[in-house]
Structure formats: structure tokens, C-alpha cells
Design a protein around this ligand. Structure first.
Ligand SMILES: [Zn+2]
Length: 267
């Protein structure tokens, strides 16, 4: 059964099989997502993605053993701090915050934690943390990336010519529109590109040869820092639903394998 962690009483929690149940911890962020999408975009996605995952899992296992932890509203957003409204932990604060959550869950006997990363900037901390939790507590911390942005069905939602779409672009804006269209102000949209890398064959903001990019590396055509990648103007709620559904579906097999992952050998 999939339940929200915070909904259980103490007695109900006592009867949870801690070895079997996965604790899914959605990790959001509170940071600028361009003119048109809300600061809480990644938090909204972190709150909604588990519902989509639950629906997809139900098709495979009606009794999937998982507790959904409250989504984390703030993450590591150093790269967006020079844009109004962005809020970030420092890397060590964020590490220790997640470490303490992991330690508490381990204290109660949970063995399988699954971090659902809904903001790419959180990933490096979670990668370091997951290994430390395993070493320190014997807890298995799995990492799930929330957006299936390379999936052909997701790529097909992006308008032709919108080649830089990622943070705060058409895909993320579409996801917010699928959740709550009133939060998106599409008429204020401006496109962002990493203009400093134009013409480069290898060095890019991300990839094999990359830079620790900051939001201001992403600019509008006239050179104004905008801090988003891509052109949000083609975003629609229907595209958002396709992205959320596809992304959830892409995680199902992994979650079934986490469910079946045998931890008894290593204890
Ligand atoms: Zn985002």
C-alpha cells in the first residue's frame, strides 16, 4: 500500500514493515523559473510526481510497499541566487538536513530510501549523501531522477527549433500548467540561450566538457540575463501531462526493482 508518511499515526507506523517499505523522499527547490513560471515550480513537481508514480505503480502492484515523505520545498539553488526570489541552502546545510532525515528513518528501522530528485542542482549532494548513509547506517539510498527529458515522447512535446529547452523552459512550464495553469503567466515569457557557448563544438553548460554554469549565463537574444533554458511560449497543460505521465512511467521499473532488491545478504 502507498501512503503519505505524515498521515500515519504512531501505532500505524509501528506496524509498518520497515525492511520492506520504501520511503520516497521528493526533493524540490524554490528558485526562479523565468518570467512566466512560479518560484515553486520544482516544489510543485515534487508534490505531484508521486501521485503520477502511484497511479502507474498501481497498474503493476496494487499493494506496492511505499511511504511518500513530505516534499522538500527548498534545495540547492546556488546557480539561481542572483535572480529575485530564489532561496537556497548552502551545500553543507542541505547535506546535513538530508543526512538527519536519513538518520532518523534509519533509527526507526527503514532500510530503503528513494530520493526523488526534482531539481538537477540537488543531484550532486544526494549522490554523496546516499553513499554516506549506506556506510553509516546500512541504509540503501536510491536516487530517482524525476524528469524523463530524453524520452522521445517528452522530446516530442518541445516546439521545433527550441533546442535549449531545460530549466524553466517549455517542458517545465508545461508541467506547471498541468498542475495549476493559473500559476503560469505565459504572456510574459522570454526565451533563454547560453549565448557565451554559441559556436562551441565541445564546451557547453552541461555534457562531457562543461562549466559550473550560473543562471546569468543564460540570456535573451538581446543579451539580458534571464536564467532559463529554452522558449516557454509553446507550453500547454496537455504537454505537461504527457511529460509527467511519461516521467512517472519511466520510474516504475526501477521502483519495482528497488522493491525486489535483496538487502538481507549485506546485513
Ligand atoms: Zn525546475
Amino acid at each position: 500500500m502507498i501512503r503519505k508518511y505524515q498521515d500515519l499515526t504512531k501505532l500505524e507506523m509501528e506496524s509498518v514493515d520497515k525492511k520492506k517499505n520504501i520511503v520516497l523522499i521528493p526533493l524540490g527547490a524554490l528558485e526562479q523559473h523565468g518570467n512566466q513560471a512560479p518560484l515553486g515550480t520544482d516544489f510543485l513537481i515534487a508534490g505531484t510526481m508521486p501521485e503520477y508514480i502511484e497511479r502507474e505503480l498501481y497498474k503493476k502492484d496494487k499493494d506496492f510497499p511505499m511511504l511518500i515523505f513530505p516534499p522538500m520545498p527548498v534545495g540547492l539553488s546556488t546557480e539561481h541566487m542572483n535572480f529575485c526570489g530564489s532561496v537556497s541552502f548552502r551545500p553543507d546545510t542541505y547535506y546535513h538536513l538530508l543526512y538527519d532525515i536519513g538518520a532518523s528513518l534509519a533509527h526507526h528501522g527503514f532500510k530503503k530510501l528513494a530520493f526523488l530528485v526534482c531539481h538537477g542542482g540537488n543531484t550532486p549532494i544526494v549522490q554523496v549523501l546516499s553513499r554516506e548513509l549506506r556506510r553509516d547506517f546500512g541504509v540503501y539510498a536510491f536516487i530517482l531522477s524525476s524528469g524523463a527529458f530524453d524520452h522521445p515522447d517528452v522530446k516530442a512535446t518541445v516546439s521545433p527549433g527550441n533546442i535549449w529547452d531545460f530549466h524553466g523552459g517549455e517542458m517545465e512550464t508545461s508541467m506547471v500548467m498541468a498542475i495549476d495553469p493559473s500559476l503560469v503567466k505565459l504572456e510574459t515569457s522570454e526565451a533563454g540561450e547560453p549565448t557565451a557557448f554559441e559556436g562551441n563544438k565541445s564546451l557547453m553548460p552541461y555534457g562531457k566538457v562543461s562549466i559550473s554554469w550560473m543562471g546569468e549565463d543564460w540570456k535573451t537574444k538581446d543579451g539580458t540575463p534571464i536564467g532559463i533554458g529554452g522558449d516557454p511560449r509553446g507550453a500547454t497543460p496537455d504537454k505537461g501531462r504527457i511529460i509527467l505521465e511519461t516521467s512517472a512511467r519511466e520510474l516504475v521499473q526501477g521502483l519495482l526493482e528497488i522493491r525486489d532488491f535483496n538487502i538481507s545478504d549485506s546485513e
